[in-house]
Design a protein around this ligand. Structure first.
Ligand code: UDP
Length: 369
């Protein structure tokens, strides 16, 4: 399992992918699989853990310097294991882009989980390199937005261990927005909806590198400690309590959300989610059952007034039924087996070789030589 090099597993605070890696590794080990985890320093797991770099890099997410170092070092370890007579059967990459781009340079079948949204640049990337691994999407909507020619092998949702989250049926008055301070996640729109509904809003989450200006201009001016409160990045029990006591979690997303762990975490605590129907929000939120889907801030404010009609127990069961770790585990076991199956691998590699011919032509120089 190749985790990203940025944040330890499990994440001390913010960290969606790291939370997925933590649960999945642990579940695979509990099922009797032999799992080696390449992850950021500070990681803990029942799997065998190898931190490959000296430090975690939470403030440098996406830096090619650290990602390439991490992936190349993982490749080395994969070779060393094979040379030592204990080759890996399959590699599961959740680390970013470098590993997929180089997946045809490592002597083990690769399963790659797509974490981001398909936008212009990532569509091009997956068109060029997607054939090098067995691609897994984390929601149906993400799979459906894959560009032509990119074959998605399976949809496996991100997991949650529902019994690790407290169910609370009696709620307090405040509304919660939680996430990274990126405009796509809509902290500013949550502020507007809460203002229209005349309700108190708690904001939680880190201001990551590149998000400072948005935070300073669109969020900070509204923080007054009464109507709008900002509690920074939250972790552990404090985070769980914040979810569990909230009247509702607001998700005024403006991007094709590939999954959205915070919605699933809120629901596990019996807290309804009011979301814009962007990407996987429209899958996770069942309108009228575990929350409400609304088109804009005005509708969100109206939904806030109706939110008492949503049953907290149903919120929790709606995620237990669909996103429990057992479901994710079974999904990935199936993908791993298919990736390992030599007949299928041979068939795929033949058909993909044909399919990728045009991509493998030597690049043409632009100066005609
Ligand atoms: N998170 C956290 N503390 C915070 C804000 C977020 O631990 O202050 C966690 C949150 O619980 C979730 C993850 O960060 O597990 C965010 O994942 P999500 O899929 O919602 O968003 P993205 O990966 O797009 O940032």
């Amino acid at each position: 399992m190749v985790a990203p090099p940025w944040i330890a597993v499990p994440p001390p605070g913010y960290g969606g992918v790291e939370a997925v890696v933590a649960l999945l590794s642990e579940a695979l080990v509990a099922r009797g699989h032999d799992v080696t985890l390449f992850a950021a320093p500070g990681s803990r797991s029942t799997a065998r853990v190898y931190p490959l770099l000296e430090d975690a890099h939470p403030a440098e997410i996406g830096s090619s310097l650290f990602e390439s170092d991490h992936v190349a070092s993982a490749w080395e370890q994969i070779d060393v294991a094979a040379e030592g007579g204990l080759p890996f059967d399959v590699m599961h990459d959740l680390s970013g882009f470098t590993a997929l781009a180089m997946a045809d340079r490592v002597n083990v079948p690769v399963v790659h989980t797509i974490h981001g949204a398909f936008v212009r640049e990532t569509k091009r990337f997956y068109r060029r390199h997607g054939h090098k691994a067995h691609l897994v999407a984390i929601s149906r909507t993400q799979a459906e937005s894959a560009p032509p020619g990119v074959q998605i092998d399976a949809v496996v949702p991100n997991p949650i261990k529902v019994d690790r989250w407290p169910l609370r049926t009696e709620k307090q008055d405040y509304l919660l927005w939680i996430g990274r301070m990126d405009p796509v996640k809509g902290a500013d729109r949550a502020i507007e909806a809460a203002r229209l509904a005349d309700r108190m809003l708690v904001l939680a989450g880190p201001v990551q590198t590149g998000q400072e200006e948005y935070f300073r201009k669109r969020v900070e001016p509204h923080i007054d400690g009464r109507g709008v409160k900002y509690v920074g990045e939250v972790t552990g029990v404090a985070k769980q309590e914040l979810y569990a006591n909230a009247a509702a979690v607001l998700m005024p997303l403006r991007w094709r959300e590939p999954f959205g762990m915070v919605m699933v975490e809120a629901l596990a605590c019996g807290t309804p989610v009011i979301a814009f129907p962007e990407g996987a929000a429209a899958e996770i939120v069942i309108d009228g059952e575990n929350g409400m889907l609304v088109a804009n801030e005005t509708e969100m404010a109206q939904a806030i007034e109706q939110i008492g009609s949503i049953d907290p127990e149903r919120c929790r069961s709606s995620v237990a039924e669909r996103y429990d770790i057992a479901i994710t585990l079974a999904g990935y076991e199936h993908v791993y087996r298919r990736a390992i199956d030599p007949d299928r691998a041979r068939r795929i590699s033949r058909s993909r070789r044909r399919a990728r011919d045009p991509r493998r032509r030597p690049a043409k120089p632009i100066n005609g030589r």
